[in-house]
Design a protein around this ligand. Structure first.
Ligand code: SAM
Length: 324
């Protein structure tokens, strides 16, 4: 088992399989859309080996992200291989949902059980503005298809940005009164376009929660995944509401994950730009035991917590590069 210096059990890896994305979300990317060459990205064989090694170390949960994971060729193969790895109990994908409807059948057949779909607005024109692409309807089709194929629960990730979509908080909450989706409100984090983020402009989860509580009754619900989301049942509806407060609160004590970027760097804390070069080890022909001790060493130096809200500075990399 991987346990860090602060007694946190690390059983979850988030793997960015590409930095490429079909959308250009203003709050996510840095405006510089240069992509890294394929040879610099980890190959599927390297990713599968890493997951096998991690499973031996007690990792149980894997999430594939990016960039947009559905833009990388062969993702169905990767899902099929990871879902066969002994010890991996939960495999999911975070996607913008644009290609989900057309890929759903093969993804499900390969063993995909769950998806998180990012959607920040219910308005087509706003969607086109924030993502740079008029693909709102494709995302809705993706959500419908995921429902049809029984991927449950569907988690909708919504980043609330002051002045952009804070007037849609109740519209998103209402979804949980109709569908059994988990609607997760995420605080705007300091990545991407520098003009958009400023710590004084972040809408803290507490404010979002108060707004929802003004209309809907929320009852605490256990977060079975033991992750950082505070989860609630919405009274009278099948869905759940979640709040993820990486900026305004210290959810760090609940942190159970490490990240692997698409170029093969292990990033133990989302908010720290310190990364460790796994790719070099894999390509130098190190043994599984050597890679294991490298991973154990990284877990040992995982920071206890991030900085306070007012002290947080913009991270050097964008979410597209790190893997959100
Ligand atoms: N392309 C996929 C998607 O859209 O879900 C996966 C990658 S995307 C980087 C993963 C998540 O990061 C999305 O839910 C996105 O909204 C979130 N994200 C990106 N930049 C963010 C920021 N500055 N603050 C909060 N969340 C952010």
């Amino acid at each position: 088992m991987l346990i860090d210096e602060f007694n946190r059990v690390i059983n979850y890896i988030r793997i960015s399989i590409t930095d490429r994305c079909n959308l250009k979300c203003k709050y996510c990317s840095d405006g510089d859309f240069g992509y890294i060459p394929h040879g610099e990205m980890l190959s599927y064989e390297e990713i599968i080996r890493f997951v096998r090694i991690c499973a031996d170390l007690g990792i149980k949960k894997v999430r594939l992200t990016g960039g947009e994971p559905l833009t990388r060729k062969g993702i169905v193969f990767l899902i099929g291989e990871i879902s066969k790895i002994k010890g991996i109990e939960d495999l999911s994908v975070t996607t913008n949902g644009v290609f989900l409807a057309e890929r759903m059948q093969e993804l499900k057949e390969a063993g995909l059980k769950r998806v998180n779909i990012s959607l920040d607005t219910m308005k087509r024109d706003r969607f086109a503005y924030i993502t740079g692409v008029d693909a709102f309807k494709d995302v809705i089709r993706g959500i419908e298809k995921a429902m049809e194929f029984g991927l449950s629960p569907i988690k909708i990730n919504t980043v609330i940005i002051k002045g952009f979509n804070d007037d849609e908080i109740l519209d998103f909450a209402r979804m949980a009164t109709i569908y059994d989706h988990h609607i997760r409100f995420i605080e705007h984090m300091p990545f991407g376009d520098s003009d958009m983020w400023d710590s004084t402009k972040v809408i803290p989860s507490r404010e979002i929660e108060e707004k929802i509580r003004g209309v809907y009754e929320l009852e605490p619900s256990e977060n079975h995944e033991k992750g950082p989301a505070r989860m609630y049942r919405i009274k009278g509806g099948p869905g759940k509401i979640g709040f993820i407060s990486p900026v305004s609160s210290h959810i760090c004590s609940e942190c159970n994950r490490i990240r692997l970027t698409s170029i093969g760097m292990i990033r133990p804390c989302l908010f720290s730009d310190t990364e460790y070069n796994l790719k070099a080890l894999l390509r130098e022909g190190k043994t599984d035991e050597e890679v294991k001790s490298f991973i154990r060493g990284i877990v040992k130096v995982k920071p206890e917590k991030k900085k306070e809200m007012g002290q947080i500075k913009k991270c050097q990399k964008s979410m597209r590069q790190i893997g959100g």
